[in-house]
Design a protein around this ligand. Sequence first.
Ligand SMILES: Nc1nc2c(ncn2[C@@H]2O[C@H](COP(=O)(O)OP(=O)(O)OP(=O)(O)O)[C@@H](O)[C@H]2O)c(=O)[nH]1
Ligand SMILES: [Mg+2]
Length: 396
Amino acid sequence: MKLVIWRILSKAVSVRSGNTAAGEKHLYRRANSTVFIRNLWLSSKLCGKTQGSSKKKELTEKKLTRYFVDQRRVKLQAGSGGDGCCSFHSEPRKEWGGPDGGNGGNGGDIIIKVNKQIKSLSLISAAYRGENGESGRSKNCYGRNAAPKYIQVPVGTVVKEQGRTVADLAHHRQEYVAVHGGAGGKGNRFFLSNENRAPMTSTAGETGEGRVLQLELRTMAHAGLVGFPNAGKSSLLRAISNARPAVAAYPFTTLNPHVGVVKYRDHEQLAVADIPGIIRGAHLNRGLGLSFLRHIERCRFLLFVLDMSSPEPWDELRCLRFELDQYEAGLSQRPHAIVANKMDLRGTQEKLEELKSRAEQRIIPLSALTGNNTEELIIHLRELYDDHKEENTFNW
Ligand SMILES: Nc1nc2c(ncn2[C@@H]2O[C@H](COP(=O)(O)OP(=O)(O)OP(=O)(O)O)[C@@H](O)[C@H]2O)c(=O)[nH]1
Ligand SMILES: [Mg+2]
């Protein structure tokens, strides 16, 4: 390769300069450096590839932790029990030592355990397999029982099997043994007292239980931001909490719910969820449809976010309420607040007066963009929380 490049270059330069000897010497150096540069480029490309793959992995992990997942189907297979051993004691000058095969250990259970630090089901895998128990051995050695495997889930996870609720995990550290490991087999020593089966009988370990379960988060957040696309829900979440959802001037910027935490001076924390925009006919699964109405169902309070720059914000409110009620009767009557957003824009003040007269309830005017009057919303949110504290069974 070096030689070919050198020949091509030397031909070109010797034609151009006429000075063949000096030109060749100079060009050989150039060809050398060309190959060096090419090698450098190749190696950097290769390095780039390995860096890229690790970067990709990092990104996938980030994605997993960033995206809020509130439903998962998991296939569980508990560990099998270890086999019992069939052996006979052997010792010099002891003709009949008798059976000494130990029992196998039990297979590992799979336990679903609540951890309040986990907020979503995004890190739950599709399948889990428990550890198998150890087999028994001679000299009456018992096999070791397998350790249980824990699946960590957030507070408020409901475990379902074929649509039927089998466990409601509402407290920190609560556990549910989802599948039991198989019992260990018996060694031939076990059957010593059983004349019919001694001395050659030993049994195999049992297969562990298998189940397919559905994990669902019952409550996603204390408050859910409900509104049309572009109403400023994500901007509002950014303004009142630590969450950083994407904000852009086109509809359906938010495709997954984001949960932010609003912190108070007395260390109370309220989770607020930014839910993707709802459009007319959402209850018929239009737009992002039913899945997001399901998220709304899992919020204790609702914050209706209205875009005051739209021609008729009160019509937006009516439509939002209609969609919620179509999905689940009475959903729009859940404790809620109405937020009139984008009040920094011109012509919104008159619409606010009209909205107040039509809605006949407290409206919180604010601007998520400038952060103006967001404190009123934060205070009102706390009032809602305190008023409905007895219903707050989950420790967020
Ligand atoms: N002037 C003004 N613009 C705002 C305000 N709040 C949001 N916006 C703008 O409105 C646009 C949409 O804001 P988003 O926060 O992405 O709206 P969204 O409701 O989350 O939209 P989706 O995720 O698509 O449902 C962005 O260009 C924001 O800058 C506000 O208070 N005043
Ligand atoms: Mg958004």
